[in-house]
Ligand binder design. Structure first.
Ligand SMILES: *Cc1c(COP(=O)(O)O)cnc(C)c1O
Ligand SMILES: [Zn+2]
Length: 392
């Protein structure tokens, strides 16, 4: 196992504290000479330990193994939703955190550190607690969904609030690790070990479908997850487990769409957003740190980035909830909105997997309407029930 710079391709011995190429500053990929993506006995993502870094103590809360649910509300016949909301803290971040926090222990850190739009903080705080480490979280003040903030607080995180968006919070983390190493271990998605954990989603999907799907549609914020999932599918293909590679499609919210805008305008670099704005807080990111990895995933796979409006996201969230019974947070509904937007362009018989990244309870109470009737007495309630029943 080695580390390879994603820009200049220089290679380095694995070092838990190395996140940027000393030569050019590029982020690093974990490169395996040979990788075995088949599961063994055991708990959580460590079932795939043959494809993961070796650690002294495997931290786990039983993450992964999430439901792959076939949808019936789409125009395409074979659409599956990978429900990452079923992870221990309610998002896919747990897959990566299991690995990153185990590495933090090996590296002798006393605490983990993460900037977050919310879910990373919930996951980092929980996995740090599990490992007996402390957690320090940097959040954009007033911009984190309630459920996520509550989780970070419940698990005992120390919270630093900054003015601005997630991008400012991440800048603080990056600046800190330039200055001090050895004490506090950063677990944002520039951390290549975290992405190793997240690639197991691909292993599970292929295992369940019997091969890779034709398309995988992923919401994109800091752009780590789409990169990790693509890496997982490449592992499978190289190992001869699958016969093909999927096309990767990244979906962003219109108001925070540096990569989709780049694709639309045919630019070579992201169109950075200084003030990202969307109700999908988990992908409210203007300067995705993993943009090069994600661009490579999309280019290599023949895919693209697209943007969807907040209104389309809310509509998709409602459809998933009311026609499929699946409750996801807004960012996680973006792939469904993306599929609706792309539907004419994807072949009728394609197998499509939507990655639904987080649970509905993370971000309760935005833009949901329903009828609520008031019944002062039991008789009133019975009358109302009869009334409603006769209309349904
Ligand atoms: C973190 C997160 C994303 C974005 O993932 P990236 O790896 O940052 O692109 C999307 N949806 C949810 C629910 C998330 O928590
Ligand atoms: Zn380099």
């Amino acid at each position: 196992m080695r580390l390879r710079c994603i820009s200049c391709k220089a290679e380095y011995e694995p070092d838990p504290w190395l996140f940027r190429c000393p030569r050019c500053g590029g982020l690093l990929d974990v490169v395996h000479d040979k990788v075995d993506p088949t599961p063994s006995q055991g708990q959580g993502v460590w079932r795939y330990h043959k494809a993961l870094p070796r650690v002294r103590r495997r931290i786990s809360l039983g993450e992964g193994g999430t439901p792959l649910i076939r949808l019936s509300s789409t125009r395409h016949e074979r659409v599956y939703l990978k429900f990452e909301g079923a992870n221990p803290t309610g998002s896919f971040k747990d897959r990566g955190m299991a690995v990153a926090v185990s590495i933090a222990l090996d590296a002798g850190a006393r605490a983990v550190l993460a900037a977050s739009t919310g879910n990373t903080s919930a996951s980092a705080a929980a996995y740090a607690a599990r490992a007996g480490l402390r957690s320090i979280i940097v959040l954009p003040r007033g911009r984190v969904a309630k459920g996520k903030l509550f989780q970070a607080m419940l698990h005992g995180a120390k919270i630093v609030e900054v003015e601005g968006s997630f991008d400012e919070a991440l800048k603080a983390v990056m600046s800190y690790i330039e200055e001090e190493k050895g004490l506090v271990y950063p677990v944002n998605s520039f951390n290549q070990w975290r992405l190793e954990g997240q690639k197991t989603l691909a292993y599970e999907v292929a295992g369940e479908l019997g091969d890779a799907p034709d398309y995988v549609i992923v919401p994109v914020g800091n752009a780590g997850n789409i990169s990790a999932i693509w890496k997982g599918f490449k592992d499978l293909y190289r190992a001869g487990v699958t016969s093909r590679l999927p096309v990767m499609i990244g979906v962003q919210a219109r108001g925070a769409s540096p990569l989709a805008t780049m694709a639309e305008r045919g630019l070579n670099e992201p169109a950075w957003f200084d003030k990202p704005e969307t109700i999908a807080t988990a992908i409210r990111i203007g300067r995705p740190i993993n943009w090069q990895r994600a661009l490579e995933a999309v280019r290599e796979s023949g895919g693209t980035f697209i943007a969807v409006s907040d209104q389309d996201i809310l509509e998709a969230q409602k459809t998933l909830a009311r026609r499929e019974g699946i409750g996801v947070e807004p960012a996680s509904a973006a792939p469904y909105a993306g599929l609706t937007k792309l539907r004419q362009k994807l072949p009728e018989d394609a197998t499509i997997v939507l990655v639904a990244t987080g649970h509905s309870l993370k971000d309760p109470g935005i833009g949901v309407e329903t009828e609520i009737y008031h019944a002062p007495t039991t008789e009133d309630a019975v009358k109302l029930i009869k009334d409603i029943a006769s209309k349904s």
